[in-house]
Write a protein that binds this ligand. Sequence first.
Ligand SMILES: Nc1nc2c(ncn2[C@@H]2O[C@H](COP(=O)(O)OP(=O)(O)OP(=O)(O)O)[C@@H](O)[C@H]2O)c(=O)[nH]1
Ligand SMILES: [Mg+2]
Length: 351
Amino acid sequence: MFGGLKAKLQAARSRLGSSIQTVITTPAAGAGAEGAQQEPVPEKGKPAVSPSTAAQPTIVDKFKVLLIERELIISEKDVADALAELELTLLESDVALPATDAIIAHVRKSLVGKHRRIGESVDSLVVGALRAALLDVLGNGFDLLAYIRTHPRPVRILFTGVNGTGKTTTVAKIGSYLKKQGFSVVIGAGDTYRAGASEQIGVHAERLGIKIIQHPEGGDPSAVLFDTVQYATSHKIDVILADTAGRFHTKANLMSQLEKIKRVMKPDLVVYVDEAVAGNDAVTRAFEFDKTIGADAVVLTKADMDSRGGAAISIAHTIGKPLMFIGTGQSYDDIIPFEPAKVVEELLGDA
Ligand SMILES: Nc1nc2c(ncn2[C@@H]2O[C@H](COP(=O)(O)OP(=O)(O)OP(=O)(O)O)[C@@H](O)[C@H]2O)c(=O)[nH]1
Ligand SMILES: [Mg+2]
């Protein structure tokens, strides 16, 4: 998952590290580490130590483990090239422009200026800056289990999004996940539009042993979901998962159908589902859906097929709504709650 982005971030990390290393070890570079980079002042009567005989930085000094023992001052200029490369890397990885700008600004703010971090290596300074910047744009995620535990039952969750992104599969996966966590679940087959859609979700529900409410194809999806709410209420079910037909936000009639579903079903959460592989398109569509119909959280599917990771990095920051789950395959267990700290450790880890 996001292997390409991980490799690129590793390269950016080394590049930033060596830019800072240059500040420490090269006398002429930047404002530099005061003292550490200055030529030794010759004592009166003694010859100056020639550069060739002065202690050269060892290989250990040059890489990662050089300790910053004095006040290090990194100027904007010292890291400008490395930051420009990082910016390009993020954009190439399909990280949306506002998220890229935020990451660069955060890293710059962390690195430029004075540092008095005795014993800290250059690499950990850089990793700390990247970690903080990524965590900043990733937000807090969304703890669905905590949400369900703290809200009146049945908790009503409506899934929306464009065609073929994995809504139905996600409904099944989340149904399975919640069942394993001990919650009772009912699925509403709200896609009465696409041929075979109701049958598709019916097969999932049967395999998972989850109750499903269905109407004949071509019926009003609001009516199906109304019945689903009635069933859940009378049977004291914890969670309603409502599937819907895929649609684009530009289709006014289909969006007004979704408005009607919302009025009738009164969802507690509207979850926008898109595929991580769509990159920037997913971010743009999520933004449009949120504007048109509203979205409380996002699920990104097909992360297993996405090397670039751009959508996952930028979607929460760009639309201002948390990423809740990531889909990582076609099996029911291939879904993971989105935990920003874990994702950042994975991206910046040495493995
Ligand atoms: N690799 C991978 N495939 C997935 C994932 N999630 C869904 N899929 C596949 O994507 C395809 C479409 O999934 P659906 O769940 O039918 O998508 P949908 O959004 O309900 O589609 P419509 O109802 O037609 O709009 C299926 O072949 C799924 O198996 C995922 O996380 N990883
Ligand atoms: Mg579907």
